[in-house]
Design a binder for this molecule. Sequence first.
Ligand code: XIL
Length: 315
Amino acid sequence: PELNTIAKQHRKLYFGTATDNPELNDTAYRAILDDNRMFGQITPANSMKWFATEPSPGEFTFHDGDVIANLAKKNRQLLRGHNCVWHNQLPDWVSTGTFTEKEILAVVERHCETLVRHYRGQVYAWDVINEVFNDDGTFRQDVFFNSSGSKFIPTAFHAARRADPHAKLYANDFNIEGPNAKSAAYQNLIKTLKKEGVPIDGIGFQSHFIVGELPPNIKENMEAFTKLGVEVAVTELDVRMTLPETPELLAQQRKDYETVISVCQAVKGCIGVTVWDFTDKFSWVPGTFAGQGAACPWDENLKEKPGFFGIIDGF
Ligand code: XIL
């Protein structure tokens, strides 16, 4: 069974995966990645981020991003652009710089405009802003907020729209999948942006979940967003566990994958699902969350796990 084929049969736009440049030499991995019946969409996990695309002020390097964009084209897969503005994986000149409001807005504008223009016509959707709120719904105190308040947000969206008028423009974050202070903050932001004529088209639920700990009412929360006139995508799905994996944990993980997919399936405005890489071999989880892993639907040997079948059952 092939996940993108099944997703499209169920009126979703795509089923996709993140991928990363170093993995592309793995032939067994590529056999699955390159099959657009399995994955109709890919996202570069790192190579379009700021550190990779504008390592020094005004000097843009698109080599690794282009490799992923060209792969999507060759495979006839949609591409999600990730991302324009994020507090992490910034070059030092941004993260440790001191900027006046005018300066940071010019920096954000040049970065978004140049990045999005470079991939014009090739990207289905851009994560224009990533992780701008804290869990309590206050703005994250990063270099962008500290220099401009929230003004960098409209600047980023306007620049992205000018640069590629056909790309869908998203805000993307974790811990907004269930109704809570952070998801409410995004709903308020979307209302404000729309009222002010700032182009925003979508909200990305990253969906980095823990086995057995999905938040309740994801469906109601998705619907609350779609009522504001934006589409929803599950953009970075994985379901991690404390290692070692056991049959019980894998069975619960299967249920969790099924639940997420069935919720997206039930909400018309949920347009697609992306896993944050499909195999435990290349998952970011063990490197970030000590003692945790086994978060993906394929295991380290590229064999489908129970979670893979949970995805199928969810559609
Ligand atoms: C992760 C990548 O997968 C890692 O390779 C990298 O070291 C750190 O970033 N939320 C996001 C993604 O929006 O960009 C992150 O990707 C995972 C969390």
